[in-house]
Design a protein around this ligand. Structure first.
Ligand code: PMP
Length: 431
């Protein structure tokens, strides 16, 4: 495969755009460097780069593209929005329709508000939780990503539950000190944090199924335990469902486990590929938000007609019979094939899969928390990533990300992917 046009474009981008990319995860830093591939067009499960190479895609733009690229129903909705004047700065009926659809799909959302990104959605839930409880500190789980606002760019210290330190330059130490980080799936450590700081905690941020250090499910009882302990401490539970909403079922991860948070933040899939964020929750909490309450949140683009139309269209596709069963079937086939190839070539991997999303970790240990994910072999993943790319299979360029299936992948795509995995493992085993 020839990547020369991508390489040229990356060289040019480096002159004008910081690091050549508009989001750091797009750079190939975590897979040994090199120029990222520049895509030109996507259609169904495939996309095509500027050099004319075709790929089967499992990046799904980091999650949103669950119905594949250029889905006719969504494309039509976006075209209509574009020719109707794009943006008005007034309410539209689309916002009501979409809010009702979200509420019907996720019963814990008594009231919702739309904004423009997952970051904005999570950021606002934290503000609202602080407004509602009159408290400042928040708890998050190590390795979970909640966007790029100051309070969540915080790393754990070395203890089982620790006050945070800034994970990015520019985040004030005082902000990080309001964040406590606890290992995922460790209820004892969570209890310990609440024993220490419980009366100062406004909320806990939870990715109910982790997507940001690979796909990691909660242990049985973990989410319920977090809910019970948090409420005992008078704090709120916020689910960050930016990845998980409509990824595993029509609705949210909270429904899969039967545990209701006080607030939920969403993004990605609910925008059908356009920028979106949304948050919602219990009525009396949401009524803290302006213009009803004292917590401020606003946005020129919030609830914009194109994102609303694309989101509604996307949910209409996902509401059809058999969608999630198909994603599960394809996921199972892919997982089985990858494991068989690994066994054949003597490559040590662990696959974490839930329905149509999976992560291949290079290592043998079971992965239930960030520390374990961190210990897997990033160099092996980097080699694997590039060997797959050269065979026309596009994965996320990081050992911590998921492979996302779409409604448009076919069994033949899966089998072609498994073949490519076999070739990649063969080459890796030879060296
Ligand atoms: N929360 C989670 C769980 C995410 O995975 C992400 C993005 N990967 C965000 C929040 C931030 O969303 P956005 O990039 O749309 O700001």
């Amino acid at each position: 495969m020839n990547f020369s046009k991508s390489e040229e474009l990356h060289k040019e981008a480096l002159e004008h755009i910081v690091g050549g990319v508009n989001s750091p995860s797009r750079a190939y830093k975590a897979v040994g460097g090199g120029s990222p591939v520049y895509m030109e067009r996507g259609d169904g499960a495939y996309f095509y780069d500027v050099d004319g190479n075709k790929y089967i895609d499992y990046l799904a733009a980091y999650g949103p593209i669950i119905t594949g690229f250029n889905h006719p129903h969504i494309a039509e909705a976006i075209k209509n929005a574009a020719t109707n004047g794009v943006l008005y700065g007034t309410p539209t009926r689309l916002e009501n329709k979409f809010a009702k659809m979200l509420k019907e799909a996720i019963p814990s959302l008594e009231k919702v508000r739309f904004n423009n990104s997952g970051t904005e959605a999570v950021m606002t839930t934290v503000r609202v939780a602080r407004a509602y409880t009159g408290r400042t500190k928040i708890i998050k789980f190590a390795g979970s990503y909640h966007g790029h606002f100051d309070a969540v760019l915080v790393q754990a210290g070395s203890g089982p539950s620790t006050l945070g330190t800034p994970d990015s330059a520019g985040v004030p130490k005082s902000t990080a000190e309001d964040v406590i980080t606890v290992p995922f799936n460790d209820l004892d450590a969570y209890k310990e944090a609440l024993d220490k700081w419980g009366d100062q905690i406004a909320a806990v941020l939870v990715e109910p199924i982790v997507g940001n250090f690979g796909i990691v499910e909660p242990h049985e009882g973990f989410l319920q335990g977090v809910n019970d302990l948090t409420h005992e401490a008078g704090a709120l539970v916020i689910y960050d469902e930016v990845i998980t909403a409509f990824r595993f079922t029509y609705g949210s991860a909270q429904q899969l486990y039967g545990v209701e948070p006080d607030m939920t933040a969403m993004g990605k899939i609910i925008g059908g590929g356009l920028p979106i964020g949304a948050y919602g929750g219990r009525k009396e909490i949401m009524e803290q938000v302006a213009p009803l309450g004292p917590a401020y949140q606003a946005g020129t683009m919030a609830g914009n007609p194109a994102s609303m139309a694309a989101g509604i269209a996307c949910l209409e596709v996902l509401a059809q019979d058999g969608v999630y069963e198909k994603l599960d079937r394809l996921g199972e086939r892919l997982e089985k094939g990858i494991l068989e190839e690994a066994a054949k070539h003597g490559i040590s991997i662990t696959v974490n899969r839930l329905r149509g999303a999976l992560t291949v970790f290079f290592g043998e240990e079971t992965i239930t928390n960030y520390e374990q994910a961190e210990a897997t072999d990033g160099e092996a993943f980097g080699r694997f990533f590039k060997l797959m790319l050269k065979q026309g299979i596009n994965l996320a360029p990081s050992k911590y990300e998921a492979w996302f299936l779409t409604t448009e992948h076919t069994e033949a795509d899966i089998d072609q992917t498994i073949d490519a995995v076999g070739h990649a493992f063969e080459e890796m085993a030879a060296k």
